[in-house]
Design a protein around this ligand. Sequence first.
Ligand SMILES: [Zn+2]
Length: 245
Amino acid sequence: MSVIDELFALQEQDATIKEFQKQVADIPKRRAREEAASDSHRAALEEAKAQLAEGDARIREIEESIETSRANVAKWEKVRAGLKSEAELRGMTNQIERAERERKDAELRLEHARAIVAAARESVAAAEAQCAESEAAAKMYIARLNVRLAETQRRLAEAQSARAALVSPLEAPEKRQFLSYYERLGRRFWPVAVRVGASSANCPGCHMALTASKLQEAHRNSLLADTPEKMHTVSCDYCGRLIFK
Ligand SMILES: [Zn+2]
């Protein structure tokens, strides 16, 4: 293999490594998004439960007021039975009638509150079902993501050790300049090494026009590819990518 082929093979391997690294970084983010979705269903369930509890409390409050009103009326009826004067009788009767009107209002409110609670109970049941469903789905998805993460990490480690075998021929003194240029620029640009098409005069990386002498140098390098000691790095004046013909 010529130094050019070796360099492109290394670059291809690094593209694979980058892709695995991206996936390894991305999987925990997807897992977190899935967990957040489950959290939002749980929050909806808590909200529905709170509304139900509020409705139940409201019902108890109305029932107590109805009970109190009934007890008062029973007590006042006994008092009224012992009253003698017309004015006192009328006063007590008014008091009893007012209490009964209020109790009837309370019974209407009670009916309304019970309808609200029945609806709230249905909401809780629906939210519970949705929560269980989304948690089961999330659990399965997360389990799959974990398997995938382990698999990707394994393949990444493999790719990294395969890389070492691709680097070592480029560490020969006559090829070293290409490797160090590649390693240095690879931290900022991707890809580093580019091939200019036969009919093109532009840098495939930044698309700027390359001078005739630059193209000539690149062409010369390709003719000398098997004698790397006679080659030198040819790079784009604009982006710095390594240019090959
Ligand atoms: Zn360029």
